[in-house]
Design a protein around this ligand. Sequence first.
Ligand code: SF4
Length: 340
Amino acid sequence: MENRKLLEVKDLVVHFDTFQGAVQAVRGVSWYLKEKETVAIVGESGCGKTVSIQTVIGLNPRKNGSVRGGEVLFEGKDLLALTQKEMREYQGNQLSIIFQDPFTFLNPTMTVGEQIMEPYLLHSRASRQEARARALEILRLISLPNPEETMKRYPHQLSGGMRQRVMVAMALICDPKILFADEPTTALDVTIQAQIMELMNGLKEKLNTSIVLITHDMGVVANMAERIYVMYAGKIVEHGDAETVFHHPKHPYTWGLLGSVPRLDERIQSELYSIPGTPPDLIAPPKGCAFAARCRYAKQICRKCEPPRIGFEEPEHYAYCWLNHPECIRRNGVTVREEE
Ligand code: SF4
């Protein structure tokens, strides 16, 4: 039996007011997550991926940020309709997050034990003794050496990898239904990166938690996600199951992201590709395709009209790019990439 949808984001629009005008950070984004599934949202800095998930868990600054439209359905309930107080029941409890830089997130004046216990004490009626037992249980689960000693330490006394494991422990202590991981390994070296990703994968199986992974790095996604959403300039530009997106990508931006990942199966490493230019100004997004200024395949129509959503043979695989339009394929005989 297929797993049901746990979280569904529908047509989400988020703006931030600035002196120059409203930054349209998220422009009508829709995605979903099923039970026990890992989904990755991939894109460069500033594409709106972090804003999307912070909106889902109610962490966006309400002072200048505003949700202009959409729904966030968690087990059928619209989280956007909840008050801040009601939302706090979910934060760190059913919906948990791991941030990019644990050193910034962790409180330097508290021992890591206190910090791991804090969400458990807040969301359960447990005594300090029970919270301590639960914290030790989680530290053992994530294979942190010498958990009793680690509980007494301060963040600065731990290595980068251990600090990130502490963040994982804090995020998991309340047994969340969804774990959001926002660039969880960017601040770590590659060996520790691999260990943290392996750890998260293992914990997902043990704890039945679903994961939303936010990253700019397709390499991180490769062994982890079942489905991928590629995001650019506040919109989803391609979606499909991981295998299809890796082997049959249909959007030039996805090609660029994949081209910037080193290949271990190549004996002579070719030069890594870097996408030229910078993302557009989201105070005044371009009229047609937002990627046109950086796209080597851009045509006249790309600058005038937004590309429509075009689906492919694989179920649920779609992309927003004029190259996949039947008329464009008819003229070229094949899609542009196949021609090269
Ligand atoms: Fe490039 Fe045009 Fe496709 Fe946009 S719609 S990605 S500009 S080819």
